[in-house]
Design a protein around this ligand. Structure first.
Ligand code: COA
Length: 264
């Protein structure tokens, strides 16, 4: 891995050269193949519940865009014109992929995943047993853990630039309700539940009603059950959108957000 990283870093330094060498192109190609296989990730869990973002992976993706020409491509009956291939051979991968789900080369879809007609962008990771429902988007480099439900129309924001920006991370066992949007590197901790229509970015206020206090922005605590709401401004002249933690997951929540094994 260090070797591949070193090759990408060198290719990045030399990116202004008029024509990339075969070494640079080979390193980019290998990184994208490993992203697809899941042996390389844009971000990985590290000690103490932290996540480490691998900038070199994003550099590889950006280099791919820089050094690739648009070309006609097809996937089944669908035709495209782009720089990144669409994955089309799902045999033996253990995922269920419903047409016209679109997964770009460089995204990893683990076994046991169900992809309804959704879009999974380059660099993304979708963990085993996760369901990505209809018209949901998993953005570039976003990381979605195991046994999550990403409901219909959800947007899991991606990030390629700036390089140091963290992607959105949804840890294992989360439920993201229909039409919600998670953006700007927000971290959704294990088992959290977002109700339908929750919009959360780095600046969104999060109020924990079980403790009666606002909590730090950008992170949804483990097992929190979050609904859309508002919080009054300090001067009381108006209120703004906020997420409210109404409770922590209980049996009722589990029953309402359970994954259906028969679909997997
Ligand atoms: C979050 C959700 C799972 C409910 O969880 P739950 O644990 O059963 O929640 P409860 O019904 O016990 O409600 C707890 C509190 O949260 C509030 N609440 C629950 N869901 C809410 C919602 N969607 N919007 C606003 N408030 C909500 C309840 O009013 C209740 O408030 P109260 O304590 O002041 O009475 C459910 O509302 C939801 O959003 N489901 C997702 C549906 C969906 O997206 N399906 C996928 C389609 S592809």
């Amino acid at each position: 891995m260090m070797e591949l990283r070193r090759r990408i870093e060198r290719a990045w330094e030399e990116r202004e050269a008029s024509a990339p060498g075969s070494e640079a192109l080979g390193a980019v190609r290998e990184t994208l193949a490993q992203l697809t296989a899941g042996t390389v990730r844009a971000a990985t869990p590290s000690a103490g519940g932290q996540w480490e973002v691998h900038e070199w992976v994003k550099k590889a993706i950006l280099l791919h865009f820089r050094h690739s020409d648009m070309k006609p491509m097809e996937s089944g009956a669908l035709h495209f014109f782009d720089k990144v291939e669409v994955q089309s051979d799902w045999t033996g991968k253990g995922a269920r992929v419903v047409p016209p789900a679109t997964v770009r080369h460089g995204a990893h879809v683990a076994p046991g995943t169900v992809l309804m007609p959704c879009f999974v962008n380059i660099g993304a990771w979708v963990g085993p047993g996760t369901m990505v429902d209809t018209w949901a988007t998993v953005g570039s480099c976003a990381q979605v853990g195991a046994r999550c439900h990403i409901s219909g129309g959800v947007g899991i924001g991606g990030v390629l630039e700036p390089l140091q920006a963290a992607p959105v991370i949804v840890e294992d066992g989360c439920f993201i309700g229909a039409r919600s949007e998670v953006a700007e590197g927000v971290l959704v901790r294990e088992g959290a539940v977002l109700a339908m229509g929750c919009y959360v970015g780095a600046s969104t206020k999060i109020y924990d009603a079980t403790r009666g206090e606002e909590i730090p922005r950008g992170e949804i605590p483990p097992r929190a059950v979050v609904v859309p709401g508002t919080l009054p401004a300090r001067d009381g002249t108006h209120a703004t959108y906020a997420l409210i933690i109404k409770k922590y997951r209980d049996e009722r929540t589990d029953a309402r957000t359970a994954l259906n094994d028969i679909l997997r």
